[in-house]
Design a protein around this ligand. Structure first.
Ligand SMILES: Cc1cc2nc3c(=O)[nH]c(=O)nc-3n(C[C@H](O)[C@H](O)[C@H](O)COP(=O)(O)OP(=O)(O)OC[C@H]3O[C@@H](n4cnc5c(N)ncnc54)[C@H](O)[C@@H]3O)c2cc1C
Length: 459
């Protein structure tokens, strides 16, 4: 149970001269920025997150593909906010609210009262009603997801090598990535890089370069939030790296080891899900109107209709821009929403009128692989090496903490120069590992073939 304290047993608005209590759910891009904005202000802030760390999601795919280690892209929230004297951090999972009494309910039934509430619990990928597919094709959202994907990818090579050693043969590996947005493209490009370069010399019985990496996209182009010529360039870059790109191909079924796309079943050793958005259930719990993805239809100042003291920001918010497009689910939007919300809360406290939120689009970028990226900012379009350098620069400066910046830069430098990956560990023992990848039909350890017979069989 959460330790009960006076401040948590009564709404601060009822206590004279006590600063208003702002509760923030989520320590991701939006929630963390809100806590930083309110640091040192005349409010008492409680940030609740179910994880003890903030994750820099744009680089998760590099953990999933063994370039970086988790600690380089995730930082303890408590540490990030240690200087913010008026901000306390609570490790806990928000389960719902008592809106009448203005409290947030946690997983252990404890309640945290608020005067203002900022809900920034983000979104996960959606399996379009087929949640059971997650086991066969994990998505990428958390550090745990990234480690699971890394485990499956590395294990696929290990089991293939073992089978080749024991039996003298193994079919080339098949990797399937579902979804041609930035995450899908980055994952597919990076897996091709592992197979073609990073692991090629480490495996002796299998030829990792023969692995197939297939990317399935339901629409007629990948990275479809970019201009069509940039999408086309990204597709060519991916194909140069050895990725097979299938457009207008919806994945309609998934069974362990098989993916059904465009009415055809494709055998695969590892499948990864990189499409669909499902906002946190905490939006619906507010009783507000939500869209199909569960995002809350917020007012122009990001507050919830009929609940002026509750704001929903980041990936959970559904708000149209002046041009009719939705504010996109990207990190800069979450940061800007947090800034605008905190300004409005502080305006309220000074009895000043609130201002509406306006999203400033600073452009988008996606990387495809070594020396290849695309950047679009207004009329500026960059591709190839220059775009890739811009991508590296923006991501390094956006990382939290000097140590992380330094460590990521040094890992990138090493990977660039040597083409090696520095985080190739698979943890767990061999039996557990095989269970985790139960759809891979690795042969049980038996007597290895004599060396001569093995060489003959592998010819
Ligand atoms: C793989 C990947 C790559 C991406 N790449 C890019 C990119 O290159 N550029 C870009 O701009 N954007 C990118 N994005 C999108 C960007 O990360 C999101 O738009 C951004 O994180 C949204 O911020 P948020 O604060 O709304 O949610 P998040 O950053 O997701 O934070 C949500 C927080 O809420 C916590 N939480 C969730 N539920 C609860 C609960 N019930 N109780 C307590 N805490 C809870 C979570 O632990 C998390 O810390 C990427 C996203 C992913 C998944």
């Amino acid at each position: 149970m959460f330790r009960s304290r006076e401040v948590f047993t009564q709404s601060t608005s009822e206590v004279k001269d006590m600063p208003k209590r702002v509760v923030i759910i989520g320590g991701g891009f939006g929630g963390l920025e809100a806590a930083k904005q309110l640091s040192g202000k005349d409010v008492a802030v409680t940030l609740i997150d179910k994880k003890n760390h903030h994750t820099f999601q744009p680089l998760l795919y590099q953990v999933a593909t063994a370039v970086l280690s988790p600690g380089e892209i995730a930082s303890p929230i408590r540490r990030i906010l240690y200087k913010a004297k008026n901000v306390e951090v609570v490790l806990g999972e928000a389960k719902g609210y008592d809106l009448e009494n203005r409290t947030v309910k946690l997983h252990d039934s404890s309640e945290i009262p608020f005067d203002y509430l900022i809900v920034a619990a983000g979104a996960r990928h959606s399996y379009f009603g087929n949640d059971d597919w997650e086991d066969s094709a994990p998505g990428l959202k958390t550090v745990e997801d990234a480690l699971e994907i890394r485990r499956r990818v590395l294990l696929a090579f290990e089991l293939a090598e073992r089978e080749a050693i024991l039996t003298g043969k193994h079919k080339p590996l098949n990797f399937v990535v579902v979804g041609g947005g930035a995450t899908g493209v980055e994952l597919a490009g990076a897996i091709a890089g592992i197979a073609r370069q990073a692991l090629a010399k480490d495996f002796k019985a299998i030829n990792t370069k023969e692995s197939r990496v297939m990317l399935y996209e339901g629409s007629d182009r990948i990275l479809n939030s970019f201009a069509p010529d940039l999408s086309e360039r990204a597709k060519r870059d991916l194909e140069d790296l050895g990725v097979e790109v299938f457009l207008n191909s919806f994945v309609t079924d998934l069974k362990d080891g098989n993916v059904k796309a465009s009415d055809e079943w494709i055998e695969c050793d590892v499948a990864i899900w990189a499409t669909g958005v499902a906002a946190s259930f905490l939006g619906k719990e507010l009783g507000a109107e939500t869209d199909k993805a569960g995002r809350v239809l917020v007012n122009d100042d990001l507050s919830v209709p009929g609940k002026e003291n509750i704001f929903v920001i980041g990936d959970m918010a559904h708000l149209k821009q002046k041009n009719g497009d939705l504010v996109p689910g990207v990190a800069p939007a979450a940061l800007q929403m947090a800034q605008a919300t905190c300004k409005n809360i502080l305006r309220d406290l000074k009895n000043e009128p609130r201002e509406n939120f306006e999203y400033r689009d600073k452009g988008s970028m996606a990387t495809i692989g070594r020396n290849r990226a695309i950047v679009e900012a207004g009329s500026l379009k960059l591709t190839g090496f220059i775009a890739w350098l811009a991508w590296l620069f923006i991501h390094v400066i956006s990382l939290i903490g000097f140590r992380n910046k330094l460590s990521v830069m040094s890992d990138w430098f090493w990977a660039y120069v040597t083409r090696e990956r520095s985080a190739l560990l698979i943890t767990g023992d061999a039996e557990q590992l095989q269970d985790a990848l139960r759809f891979l039909e690795a042969k049980p350890i038996a007597e290895p073939l004599p060396k001569k017979a093995r060489r003959k069989a592998l010819k």
